[in-house]
Design a protein around this ligand. Structure first.
Ligand SMILES: Cc1cc2nc3c(=O)[nH]c(=O)nc-3n(C[C@H](O)[C@H](O)[C@H](O)COP(=O)(O)OP(=O)(O)OC[C@H]3O[C@@H](n4cnc5c(N)ncnc54)[C@H](O)[C@@H]3O)c2cc1C
Length: 344
């Protein structure tokens, strides 16, 4: 039995895990993906400027910081399990996951963001085998594409931004999209043209040809309604076709949870929901004044943990002491100083 179980391992879930450790609570995180970090995985290469205390960092660096901080107090972490139902039975929460596992908890923090998001896959036979080599659904680092012939499939803002970022360093960038015209900021489209990105309108990837070893894509087949079929030699293929979203958890759960717009959890500014013992943090929470940014998720997380602490121990203080005044931190301060000495 855990004091608190956090559903979702994004920024809100990870900061909740840190904070509940600070409050000495036995904590578990359940995350459906096999990795922590949440939606930030959508933009690992983007520079993030607006997280307090962190000067500009890439999305990936932010994930690394969030995970390091979130695991400070060694919460139990369950990866690759999607919570499919939340029930409250005799005052205890029962969480069931997609593979039939059951997790019991005294309190719950729902930090599921906009749900589980997965990139829409390229609908071409056998494409999945190249995901370990040169077929990408995100761009973790631009440097990988330096000097390469790159095909980007998609007409979204992300596809246009990636093409513009890669054009100066790649040998050649081809943008392939179904519509007649690109829909994006005018300045970004002008920049594509200025940088010599090859625009393939009304086109789609129909087939992939492997190299001799069968390990990498060496050619893509493009189709166009008037010009027919065209083959392109490539080194890297990037797909930006948007995301599928699974936000079924709250609809399927037999708890009387008040919602807003049939989606968000209607909560108080302190992260309480209409179900006692169940709290919410991050993008899934709605209240007047809610900030749908990472900075807002941190405040929700601290509030949710403080209420969860009082819910399971009514004698507990309503707030944590600041970390420097918290007795529990003494051993961690000592460990941190030792690590600093070793690294210097
Ligand atoms: C392209 C883009 C750029 C952005 N840039 C910025 C920025 O510069 N600054 C900023 O502050 N914000 C930015 N944001 C918004 C920011 O990413 C979100 O506000 C933040 O990620 C919300 O954190 P969260 O923990 O609430 O949700 P998420 O990050 O969405 O994490 C939720 C986690 O819960 C998991 N989950 C969902 N359902 C279940 C389930 N049933 N069982 C188990 N696990 C589940 C998901 O897999 C996910 O890992 C950006 C968003 C996007 C899309």
């Amino acid at each position: 039995m855990h004091d608190v179980t956090i559903i979702g391992g994004g920024p809100a879930g990870l900061f909740s895990a840190f904070y509940s450790g600070l409050r000495n609570m036995k904590t578990k995180i359940i995350e459906s993906h096999p990795f922590l970090g949440g939606k930030v995985h959508v933009y690992p290469e983007k520079i993030v400027w607006d997280v307090g205390g962190l000067p500009a960092v890439t999305g990936q660096q932010l994930i690394d910081h969030l995970v390091k901080q979130g695991t400070t107090f060694d919460p139990d972490i369950v990866l690759g399990e999607k919570v499919t139902s939340i029930e409250k039975i005799d005052g205890t929460f029962k969480l069931t996951t997609h593979n039939g596992q059951v997790h019991w908890s005294q309190s719950v923090i729902v930090a599921v963001g906009g749900g589980i998001i997965e990139p829409k896959k390229l609908d071409v036979k056998g494409a999945e085998k190249f995901e370990v080599s040169n077929l990408h659904y995100t761009v973790p680092s631009f440097q990988r594409f330096a000097g390469k012939r790159v095909v980007i499939s998609g007409g979204s803002h992300s596809a246009i931004d990636w093409a513009n970022e890669l054009a100066p360093i790649a040998e050649r960038v081809h943008l392939v999209y179904r519509r007649e015209e690109l829909k994006g900021h005018e300045a970004s489209i002008d920049l594509l043209i200025e940088q010599g990105v090859e625009l393939n309108e009304q086109s789609a990837i129909e087939a992939l040809t492997a190299n001799e070893a069968g390990t990498e894509i060496s050619q893509v087949t493009l189709t166009h309604p008037e010009h027919g079929v065209r083959m392109l030699d490539v080194d890297e293929v990037i797909i930006s076709h948007g995301f599928n979203r699974d936000a079924s958890l709250l609809d399927q759960s037999p708890i009387p949870l008040e919602r807003v717009d049939d989606f968000f959890i209607k909560g108080s500014a302190q992260s309480a929901s209409s179900v006692s013992g169940l709290f919410a943090a991050g993008d899934i929470l709605h209240h007047e004044g809610k900030l749908h940014l990472i900075a807002g998720a941190f405040q929700d997380a601290a509030n949710a943990v403080n209420l969860a602490k009082q819910y399971i121990d009514p004698e507990a203080s309503a707030r944590a002491m600041v970390s420097s005044h918290n007795e529990r931190m003494d051993e961690y301060n000592k460990k941190w100083k030792e690590e600093q000495l070793v690294s210097s």
